[in-house]
Write a protein that binds this ligand. Structure first.
Ligand code: HEC
Length: 200
């Protein structure tokens, strides 16, 4: 059975009913007497304005960090595999293993060629269709215990290291918005577009 989203005891429900009836009556009588309608509308508008405060641009910018598959939204900056290795050891390995082999956090490296097997290993290297998603995910969610604490350069670097461990970029790779977006992931064609709503 679905749980009700809101449930109230019987006396509470009755009180709500009485309140709603009174509100409806007030609204009706106001609409009958023209001028009162304006008063009611104005006071409603004023109370709606009083809810919350306008969001500041800086606060909005902190939330507006999504990166599209084609790389739109990637910030300036860059980072290389060597720097990424240091960051991974210090801030990621405790949960994902020294080489990204997985521990209490997901396995990030390996698993190529296992997707069609009885024991598929879905890692960044074997499964993810876009390298840009790696940047987006790490920037917004990792390290798990301190999300959004890495600089853009650090996220580029640690992404480069994970991609390098998966054999996708060379040891001397330095990634930025342009080079990250131009990477073709091994499982890029393993996903099909989902046309819903519409015909499958
Ligand atoms: C305290 C433990 C912890 C630390 C530290 C940590 N992670 Fe994670 N990570 C997790 C957990 C748990 C998940 C799974 C989260 C989920 O599914 O909601 C995860 C998921 C991920 C994933 C997605 C894996 C997938 O295939 O879905 C990536 C990529 C990742 N972490 C990268 C990093 C990087 C890079 C760092 C260091 C900057 C890091 N993590 C630090 C615990 C951690």
């Amino acid at each position: 059975m679905r749980k009700p989203v809101f449930s109230a005891s019987r006396p509470t429900r009755r009180a709500i009913g009485v309140f709603l009836s009174a509100a409806l009556l007030t609204a009706c009588s106001a609409s009958l007497t023209g001028s009162k309608t304006t008063v009611l509308d104005d006071s409603l508008r004023r109370s709606a304005d009083a809810i919350g405060t306008p969001i500041r641009d800086a606060d909005l910018a902190a939330w507006n960090i999504d990166v599209a598959p084609d790389g739109r939204g990637l910030p300036a900056g860059s980072g290389d595999v060597a720097m990424g290795g240091k960051i991974f050891s210090a801030k990621c390995a405790a949960c994902h293993g020294a080489k990204g082999e997985g521990s209490i956090g997901d396995q990030l490296v390996g698993g190529r060629g296992t997707l069609a097997s009885a024991n598929p290993k879905r890692t960044v290297g074997s499964y993810w269709p876009y390298a840009t998603t790696l940047f987006d995910y790490i920037r917004r969610a990792m390290p798990y215990n301190a999300p959004q604490s890495l600089s853009a350069d650090e996220v580029y670097a640690v992404s480069a290291w994970i991609l390098n461990q998966n054999g996708i970029v060379p040891d001397d790779a330095r990634l930025d918005a342009h080079s990250l977006a131009s990477i073709r992931m091994p499982n890029r064609d393993g996903f099909i577009p989902d046309p819903r709503p519409g015909r499958l």
